[in-house]
Design a protein around this ligand. Structure first.
Ligand code: CAA
Length: 247
């Protein structure tokens, strides 16, 4: 797909990696539009880069359904969706400290599943419905993770990101008949706020396992986004961009 002039919706697009995608897509002539949870971050992006957005909770079905309808009525259907919004709530599955048995909480489980899995499902479904309805040759990109293989301290996140990878394949199989491609990216450890939250002693252990010897940069994941949009033969696969890291 030629990127110039295309309408690209990016969830979690006002901060971090999503913001990088929005800015990079705009630089190469696309029309990005972001969804995020904090109005102040959207305002800042609008002020600094002239990229608009809206506060939408991706876990809320009625908000997501209304947004995609309103967006399409106003601007036309999306050409590309980047399902990027994601959170972590890391913790060990069970750990005994002295006499106390600590367990990964139900709330840590549920909130990660709600945003990372249900949010991707809802936004993917509504974007696809608009694309199919308007016969758009669209592209959906889901952001999975290296953690989908099952990562230390990430039971909830790993389960969600494995689900995202599986949904990618299901949608690609179903939507090919509508000329819609679906792909995923599985970033490794990238220089983001999410990774900055990890204790430095732990991050040193992790970095030691990355063959290229460093964390990735957000711009390097953006390059993968661009490739998936532009390459019309990329479909139903998860592209790993992780410096050769295996977890
Ligand atoms: N590899 C090897 N060892 C690890 C490890 C890892 N990935 N993560 C933790 N450990 C080790 C710790 O160094 C520690 O070792 P010692 O007992 O020898 O000191 C041990 O496991 C227990 O860890 P903590 O003492 O930190 O235990 P805690 O209960 O305080 O915290 C934790 C547990 C929240 C899981 C914390 O260890 C942690 O944050 N780990 C990193 C988890 C992680 O990799 N998250 C990725 C976030 S970025 C992201 O998710 C984006 C993406 O797509 C990759």
């Amino acid at each position: 797909m030629e990127i110039t002039g295309k309408r690209i919706i990016i969830t979690g697009g006002a901060r971090g990696m999503g913001r990088q995608f929005a800015v990079d897509m705009q630089k190469i002539g696309a029309k990005p539009y972001v969804l995020d949870v904090l109005q102040e971050n959207i305002d800042e992006l609008e002020k600094e880069m002239g990229i608009s957005g809206k506060v939408v909770d991706v876990t809320d079905e009625s908000q997501v359904v209304s947004f995609f309808k309103e967006y399409t009525d106003k601007n036309g259907p999306p050409d590309v969706l980047i399902n990027n919004a994601g959170i972590t709530a890391d913790g060990l599955f069970v750990r005994k400290k002295g006499e106390e048995m600590k367990k990964l909480s139900m709330s840590a489980w549920q909130k990660v599943i709600d945003v990372n899995l249900t949010g991707v499902f809802l936004c993917g479904r509504e974007a696809a419905a608009q694309m199919v309805d308007h016969e758009v040759k669209g592209v959906i990109i889901n952001i999975s993770s290296i953690s989908r293989a099952g990562n230390f301290g990430q039971t909830n996140y790993s389960a969600s990101k494995a689900g995202v990878a599986a949904m990618t394949v299901s949608w690609a199989k179903e939507l090919a008949r509508n000329n819609i491609r679906v792909g995923a990216i599985a970033p490794g450890y990238i220089n983001t706020e999410m990774v900055a939250k990890i204790d430095s002693s732990v991050i040193d252990k992790i970095t030691a396992q990355i063959p290229v010897g460093r964390l990735g940069e957000m711009s390097e994941i953006s390059q993968a986004v661009r490739f998936i949009i532009e390459c019309d033969f990329f479909n139903g696969r998860v592209m790993e961009v992780d410096g050769g890291h295996r977890i």
